[in-house]
Design a protein around this ligand. Structure first.
Ligand code: NCD
Length: 332
């Protein structure tokens, strides 16, 4: 029997995930991928949530997150509706965003949303909790603030990459780029304190250093980290290099152009400096910070990371609707 939790499981911030949850998600995602190996397995997944519908409300540009969420729904047999531009909804007629989202909740069973407005997902989740249809909200990116489902897929990718090498515990994770406004950085770095002895090396031009509130949060959690602009020194020490692009959509005055980020670009010439066991990740989209020549290096994981996103989101949806218990491989 399907279990519908009394209160919906909203996915709003990576800070809501603890180690048991992360371990469970990694295991669940691995198992789900085994179902992908056969027609019967895929048909089984398609039956799990065929009676559920999702709204994809994405009012900020998105390729991977949108498509992987939509495909994850399809894998589980869910129907999807979408809005990708608020100018095509009644917001254009002056309807408040709260009323618009409450309207979606009348028709679907989960809302997956990406928005430029930090805190909006939390606000909507609280609002819907007070209505007669309190459905789950999944934050698929909220301005420069949070990207919890990306953090889950990043953890899954790290975990898989280090599976024969002691797991994430004890690793040095280097994060590079626009650390100030990159929501993937905020969500992922917050999760690493769930692992033992992880060290984060934040590498950026001074203008793009992590924000004060993130610095404080990490200190409070006892997370070991260093902030530096010594790109090549950090590269030599890193077990994982997590590259990010400049988030210039949040510029107020074209200020990104004034920052010289070239010293922080990963190029093929850097590859010999890195550990042979290191992995290279990027949430994508990339620009010049990650040379395409690196794509063929066995340490490049970003294309797999992208695909892992789909499977992680399948796992998350099964968890949200309480059908994760049905993801069990038949005894051989
Ligand atoms: C990231 C995002 O939207 O924050 N992309 C993604 O979801 N994979 C990173 C970015 O846009 O730079």
């Amino acid at each position: 029997m399907e279990v519908t939790p009394a209160k919906p499981l909203h996915v709003l911030s990576s800070s809501q995930f603890d180690r048991p949850f992360l371990d469970h998600m990694c295991q669940l995602t691995d198992t789900i991928r085994r179902f992908d190996k056969s027609k019967e397995g895929l048909m089984y997944l398609q039956g799990l949530l065929a009676h559920r519908r999702a709204m994809l409300y994405f009012t900020q540009p998105s390729t991977r997150t949108f498509l992987s969420c939509q495909t994850a729904c399809q894998i589980l047999g869910m129907g999807t509706n979408e809005i990708r531009d608020s100018s095509t909804s009644s917001e254009r007629k002056g309807e408040s965003i709260e009323d618009s989202l409450r309207t979606f909740s009348s028709y679907v069973d989960v809302i997956i949303m990406r928005t430029p407005v930090p805190g909006l997902c939390d606000r909507i989740a609280n609002l819907l909790d007070e209505t007669e249809r309190p459905i789950p909200i999944v934050n698929a990116g909220s301005g420069p603030d949070e990207h919890p489902t990306q953090a889950l897929l990043d953890i899954y990718t790290l975990n898989r990459s280090f599976v024969r090498n002691g797991g994430i515990d004890g690793k040095t994770i280097m994060m590079v780029g626009d650390l100030k406004r990159g929501r993937t950085i905020r969500s992922l770095s917050g999760l690493l304190s769930n692992y033992r002895d992880v060290k984060i090396l934040f590498v950026s031009p001074p203008e793009f250093r992590i924000s004060d509130d993130l610095r404080q949060k990490l200190q409070q959690k006892g997370q070991k980290f260093e902030e530096t602009d010594q790109f090549t020194d950090a590269l030599r020490m890193a077990d994982a290099v997590y590259m990010t692009r400049v988030q210039d959509e949040y510029d107020t005055n074209g200020e990104s152009k004034k920052v010289d980020s070239r010293r922080f670009h990963l190029k093929a010439e850097h590859l010999p400096l890195m550990k042979s066991t290191a992995v290279i990740m990027h949430p994508l989209p990339r620009r010049e910070e990650l040379d395409v020549a690196i794509d063929t290096d066995p340490r490049a994981r970003y294309w797999r990371q992208e695909r892992n996103g789909m499977w992680t989101r399948v796992a998350l949806l099964t968890k949200i609707f309480g059908v994760d218990r049905k993801i069990v491989l038949p005894e051989l």
